[in-house]
Design a protein around this ligand. Structure first.
Ligand SMILES: Nc1ncnc2c1ncn2[C@@H]1O[C@H](COP(=O)(O)OP(=O)(O)OP(=O)(O)O)[C@@H](O)[C@H]1O
Ligand SMILES: O=C(O)C1=C[C@@H](O)[C@@H](O)[C@H](O)C1
Ligand SMILES: [Mg+2]
Length: 186
């Protein structure tokens, strides 16, 4: 089943989008393993290229600079094939980024704010959440971004107590439904 689905994708990249903390990195690694794809993470690459953690890029160079780097990294990765690409939570904000995302299969990992809060409670590496009321910030960001995330080809709802590997299997099982409808649309 997994091998067939990898064939069905014909090398098409999978782009994971969704709010910070939903599990794009964790689930992405499991999807890549199950499809024998390469795993890449835009946040990780930005950190390596810049030689600075994301919090520092935000505080020293600013969010606009980070977003420019993010677009450059995404453009570079769009030339790859057979890759699962975990993206930063805000990648869907720039229309320009969609021209790269749409070259692959875009999968939205969606979870409610309660689960996101649980996952991010002890985490200080998300600069946008260093506010007086992180829950309120998450709620606002999710509301602002919801319609953009919903442009994804496939939506996977994330619940507590499901491992990254089980979520990956569930996602891979759904691939034929979206790849088929993409083919029939063309
Ligand atoms: N299915 C899961 N079950 C339990 N814990 C999980 C699961 N998925 C992710 N986590 C944990 O939640 C936290 C956030 O996960 P992860 O870093 O994968 O999210 P992300 O979507 O990549 O976030 P960001 O957009 O900030 O990069 C991590 O501590 C991770 O170990
Ligand atoms: O949701 C966001 O805007 C972000 C999420 C993270 O993945 C990082 O890309 C950065 O912290 C910004
Ligand atoms: Mg991540």
């Amino acid at each position: 089943m997994t091998k067939n689905n990898a064939n069905l994708l014909q090398g098409l990249n999978i782009y994971l989008v969704g709010m910070m903390g939903v599990g794009k990195t964790s689930v992405g690694k499991a999807v890549a393993e199950q499809l024998s794809y390469r795993f890449l993470d835009t946040d990780d690459l930005i950190t390596k290229i810049q030689g600075q953690p994301i919090t520092e890029i935000f505080s020293q160079q600013g969010e606009t600079y980070f977003r420019e780097l993010e677009t450059k990294v995404l453009e570079e990765l769009s030339t790859y094939t057979r890759s699962v690409i975990a993206t930063g939570g805000g990648i869907i904000l720039k229309p320009e980024n969609w021209s790269f995302l749409q070259q692959g299969l875009v999968v939205w990992l969606n979870a409610g704010v309660d689960l996101l809060m649980e996952r991010l409670a002890q985490d200080e590496s998300r600069p946008l959440l260093q506010t007086a009321n992180p829950r309120e910030t998450l709620e606002r960001l999710l509301e602002e971004r919801y319609s953009q995330y919903a442009q994804a080809d496939l939506q996977i709802n994330i619940h507590a107590d499901e491992s990254p590997s089980a979520i990956a299997s569930r996602m891979i099982q759904e691939i034929p439904t979206v790849v088929k409808s993409q083919n029939s649309a063309s």
